[in-house]
Design a protein around this ligand. Structure first.
Ligand code: SAT
Ligand code: MN
Length: 603
């Protein structure tokens, strides 16, 4: 390969093999430089795919094809040798069959395009917890996003040397160009969802993605590598790859701090929690990561790194009220997708905290004028409009966020959106009880959801259902096993939180910055200074142990912290019959025992 900057024989051979298959016009090796970033952006602006934003320096808006706005879960495959290894939640196809199908669509798919080779590190380069991947893609949009979300380029090749291990990640938008043809200002992708593939080959630790340019489907370091493939590596190597934010909470009076990791299903406010501004005086929260945590045991403790280098956050609903630090992060050097465009060259989305300033161009490229009297007006931004921004731009990024050794985790939170039953917070009494509360995490189905019963609970163990690369029962067993390798005093404490309790259709807890009041109790429980009462579901604060926000009455707080015995009995029944039953025969006996025990305690 004449223009290859590396002597890594295996990497060069793979690049050649792929080039022979996809037949690109050129091959370009990404070096991760600023000049390269600017060059890619220029290509995208010249092609009419990116709009520079006058109001935000060095920021650009993309409009995707309407078919290409989110992860395609129905087209996400775990192609393990044995079907049984993929488990009840993953789509499985025989790997040989899938490869044959995909080779056919990859054949010549980069004709007329440049094939970018992007060496990247998930985690600080050279960190003992980091992993290296190489993404081949035909999308300059992917190159710039990977530059923000991961560490890209020459330094990665240096660490890789001539024979270092890397995870091959192949991506194509699936739209070859004929001689002289261009994209004509249209987001290239395969619009037919049935022809998109996001495939993982666990035994080979390889990723093949085709047909989509959307973040989670195309930035292969994120969900594909850092969760699906990494969860398999973590199982084999004795660590944890989790869908968790990491934050640092400091008590300013004595400068003591705790590190908290937290897993929530989508649309439960992970990014908001990761960088919240405490409303309670004397406390500080800083952010280490907002989406993924890799945790390894060192010196008998669980240390976590954020393998990413940027945030890929949801726009709509993000405002100076819900998440001021995210709003301040995205002032410049930000890539937006599927937001609306204002006349003066800014972005706008529903829930940004102020009215649309005049006429907009909506995410589909049409003129859009806000009509507040029309409740049925289509939103101007897609509900999954996104921003990509370097993590270092977050005003409260913790100074140690890139520490290659990671940070020691004191507490692990699980959560979900639950209108009833689940209290504001409860704490597990042991590691296995903690794994149990994480395993039964779920979120309520909201109004518009397909054919699912409104108000019914969709279980999402540890928020990993879309992201675990193997059988969920084996995954939970792995969690149990990891606990055995950490002494009880060094184990993080586990909590379950619920910001979403409702009464008469209204939220009972204000959320956002006020969640710091709950985090304070978590801190105190880790510190040994907290007060807790023992209940059938675990440890809980007395209402007097939570600093009450002014707009929550004493009675409401009491309700938020009560154990609804009948509700929990129904919960446990549902877990036994509809959730744990699905994990058989791989349900860990330790969790079956936890289920029996809580059932007994509930009476
Ligand atoms: O849709 S992505 O996977 O890119 C982001 C997310 O779901 O957290
Ligand atoms: Mn996520």
């Amino acid at each position: 390969m004449s223009n290859s900057p590396t002597n890594h024989a295996k990497l060069n051979a793979w690049v050649k093999e792929i080039a022979d298959l996809v037949e690109p016009a050129n091959i370009y090796w990404a070096d991760g430089s600023k000049a390269e970033y600017d060059q890619m952006i220029k290509i995208l602006v010249d092609a009419g795919l990116a709009t520079p934003l006058k109001k935000r320096p060095n920021s650009f808006l993309f409009r995707s094809d309407p078919s290409d706005v989110a992860r395609a879960e129905s087209r996400t495959f775990i192609a393990s040798q044995n079907k049984d290894d993929a488990g009840p939640y993953n789509n499985w196809i025989n790997p040989a069959e899938l490869k044959e199908k995909m080779r056919a669509v990859y054949k010549g798919c980069m004709k007329g395009r440049t094939m970018y080779v992007i060496p990247f590190s998930m985690g600080p380069i050279g960190s003992p917890i980091a992993k290296i991947g190489v993404e081949i893609s035909d999308s300059p949009y992917v190159v710039v996003n990977m530059q923000i979300m991961t560490r890209v380029g020459t330094k990665v090749l240096e660490v890789l040397g001539t024979d270092g291990e890397f995870i091959p990640c192949l991506h194509s938008v699936g739209k070859p160009l004929a001689e002289g043809q261009t994209d004509g200002g249209k987001w290239p992708c395969e619009p037919d969802v049935e022809k998109k593939y996001i495939s993982h080959f666990p035994e080979e630790r390889t990723i093949w993605s085709f047909g989509s340019g959307y973040g989670g489907n195309a930035l292969l370091g994120k969900k594909c590598l850092a969760l699906r493939i990494a969860s398999i590596a973590a199982r084999d190597e004795g660590w944890l790859a989790e869908h968790m934010l990491i934050l640092k909470m400091t008590r300013e009076a004595d400068n003591k701090f705790k590190y908290i990791a937290a897993a929530f299903p989508s649309a439960c406010g992970k990014t908001n929690l990761a960088m919240l501004i405490p409303t309670i005086p004397g406390w500080k929260v800083e952010c280490i990561g907002d989406d993924i945590a890799w945790m390894k045991i060192r010196d008998g403790k669980l240390y976590a790194i954020n393998p990413e280098a940027g945030f890929f956050g949801v726009g709509p609903g993000t405002s100076m009220h819900s998440n001021p630090n995210a709003m301040l992060s995205i002032k410049e050097n930000t890539i937006f997708s599927n937001a609306a465009l204002t006349e003066d060259g800014d972005i706008w989305w529903e829930g940004i905290g102020y009215d649309a300033p005049g006429k907009l161009i909506d995410w589909k490229g049409r003129e859009w004028i806000q009509d507040k009297n029309n409740k049925d007006q289509e939103p101007s931004a897609h509900a999954n409009a996104r921003f990509t921004v370097p993590a270092r731009q977050c005003p409260v990024i913790a100074p140690e966020w890139e520490d290659p050794n990671g940070v020691p985790i004191d507490a692990i939170l699980f959560g979900g959106r639950r209108a009833s039953v689940i209290p504001l917070i409860h704490q597990a009494k042991s590691w296995n009880h903690g794994v149990f509360i994480g395993s039964i995490a779920g979120s309520e189905i909201t109004g518009a959801a397909l054919d699912l019963k409104v108000g019914s609970v969709r279980r999402d163990p540890m928020a990993m259902v879309p992201f675990c690369g193997y059988h969920m029962g084996d995954y939970l067993k792995h969690w149990v096993e990891v606990g055995k390798n950490i002494s009880e005093e060094n184990q993080p404490k586990f909590f379950f939180v619920n910001w979403f309790r409702k009464k008469d259709g209204k939220f009972m807890w204000p959320g956002f910055g006020e969640n710091s009041r709950v985090l304070k109790w978590v801190f105190e429980q880790c510190d040994g200074s907290g007060k807790a009462v023992d209940t059938p579901i675990g440890l809980m604060p007395e209402p007097s142990s939570i600093d009450r926000p002014s707009d929550v009455s004493e009675e409401t707080l009491k309700e938020l912290l009560a154990v609804d015995i009948e509700g929990w009995k129904a919960e446990i029944k549902d877990v036994r019959e509809n959730h744990y039953a699905k994990l058989e025969p791989k349900l860990p006996k330790e969790l079956a025992a936890e289920l029996d025990a809580i059932e007994k305690r509930l009476g």
